[in-house]
Design a protein around this ligand. Structure first.
Ligand code: SF4
Ligand code: SF4
Length: 285
């Protein structure tokens, strides 16, 4: 069993909180379930966002990640929300996952005014225009330009502790192509974004909705140390549950601590993944 921070009476605390301020996305990545997602596309209400910030006070979470599924900068209120987060939870770090397409110079300037950014991860997922178009469906040159600009801004202002540029691997089903793609992606990033950490991650099966030849280990899932709050306030098992089918509670009605310490959430945390549905069919771990 992995370690949890416990206080008196066995109360357990989450470390990271994922808040889906929007579940809309402008990309159509072939390795992601989002393009086929049936959940209604929506932004989180201001009322719910404020309620969540209230819940988080005193919970000693390390980071808030405004993401479960979707593209963070599709949320027109995102900069106001990040400022509010800084104000209400001044000790809490912020983690940004983005495809980079909407982070133009104006948006980057606004982002540079946000405090406590621990990480900006650009999910680039390509190194050639045509292949990128097929894999992601966005404007490759614009995205690369945006990433370069943020890297340059951060070199001068250090508003983010770390920037990474990442790709999902091509797919283990074709090992030769996979290696060729992964190596070329790393070379492209080293040349275009000097000094930035590059990551090539596994292709996940999104609970068997996407084909992925990756295997998995039977362990206690570390993602259950986090909470994933969907745009409508339902607390989902994790970001793999993109359809919101495995719900631990409703944050509109209950506090986050109550949900995290509820019997259902504890049951998931206290069992190996092979004992639980849908974890036994998930290859994220
Ligand atoms: S991987 Fe991210 S950017 Fe791509 S479709 Fe899914 S949510 Fe959108
Ligand atoms: S095993 Fe997969 S489905 Fe289960 S909590 Fe972990 S990431 Fe989510």
């Amino acid at each position: 069993m992995y370690f949890y921070r416990k206080k008196d009476k066995g109360i357990e605390f989450p470390e990271d909180i994922l808040i889906e301020t929007t579940n809309r996305c402008n990309a159509r990545c072939v390795f992601c379930h989002h393009p086929k997602m049936k959940r209604p596309l929506t932004d989180m209400s201001d009322q719910l966002f404020l309620k969540l910030l209230g819940d988080l006070k005193g919970m000693t979470v390390k980071t808030v990640t405004p993401f479960v599924s979707g593209e963070i900068f599709m949320d027109k209120k995102i900069f106001d929300r990040l400022k509010l987060l800084n104000h209400e939870l001044p000790g809490v770090g912020i983690v940004i996952y983005t495809n980079g397409s909407l982070l133009n110079e104006e948006a980057a300037e606004k982002l540079s005014g946000i405090k406590n950014i621990r990480l900006i991860n650009f999910s680039l997922n390509g190194f050639e225009r045509e292949d990128y178009k097929k894999r992601v469906g966005l404007d490759f040159e614009q995205v690369v330009k945006n990433i370069r600009n943020v890297v340059r801004l951060n070199a001068g202002r250090r508003f983010a502790d770390k920037i990474t540029v990442a790709s999902v691997e091509y797919g283990k089903e074709d090992k030769v192509k996979n290696k060729r793609y992964n190596d070329a992606f790393c070379r492209f990033c080293a040349e275009n974004f000097p000094g930035v950490e590059v990551k090539v991650g596994y292709k996940y099966n999104f609970l068997s909705r996407i084909f992925s030849a990756r295997g998995f280990k039977d362990i206690y899932c570390p993602h259950l140390k986090s909470m994933a709050i969907l745009a409508n306030g339902l607390v989902s098992l994790c970001c793999m549950d993109m359809e919101g089918e495995y719900i631990l509670g409703n944050a509109n009605e209950r506090s986050l601590m109550d949900i995290f310490n509820g019997s259902l959430a504890r049951e998931y945390r206290h069992h190996r993944k092979s004992h639980m549905v849908p974890c036994r069919s998930c290859n994220m771990i």
